[in-house]
Design a binder for this molecule. Structure first.
Ligand SMILES: [Zn+2]
Length: 129
């Protein structure tokens, strides 16, 4: 699952494009389940995202989510006033997901809706656009 998902997203965070390596080994990149494994989420590429450690945590805690057109949702419950929190979280609202590479199935809408209804907190912040 891990290698499959990381390859599908070309070893980049699907939210921020982080792609750190030490030598040839990715560091701080993880394969995230959209629908959690403990809640019948399959180990399939269309239920996985390659995320950096920070975005994996924010996604699993429901601060970030996936909206229509595979755009990033940021919860109105998430608060971070520093420039770092703004740059790494709130500024993502409405941005399109990065990846997967052509020919790979994107996140299945059933898994996306599960995450939105079971994990994502409250309403998404409005986007700039
Ligand atoms: Zn990231």
């Amino acid at each position: 699952m891990r290698e499959m998902v990381l390859t599908a997203y070309e070893y980049q965070c699907a939210f921020c494009s982080y792609d750190g390596m030490i030598g040839t080994l990715p560091v701080g990149l993880e394969a995230a389940h959209v629908r959690w494994w403990a809640f019948d989420g399959p180990d399939d590429v269309d239920n996985g995202l390659c995320l950096c450690s920070l975005h994996h945590k924010l996604f699993d805690k429901g601060a970030l989510g996936l909206g229509d057109g595979h755009r990033i949702l940021v919860s109105q419950h998430f608060v971070g006033r520093s420039p770092a929190a703004r740059e790494h979280a709130t500024a993502l609202a409405g941005r399109p997901l990065i990846g997967p590479q052509p020919g790979i199935r994107p996140i299945a809408s059933a898994h996306r809706s599960w995450h939105t209804s079971q994990v994502f907190h409250g309403s998404p912040r409005p986007t700039a656009a």
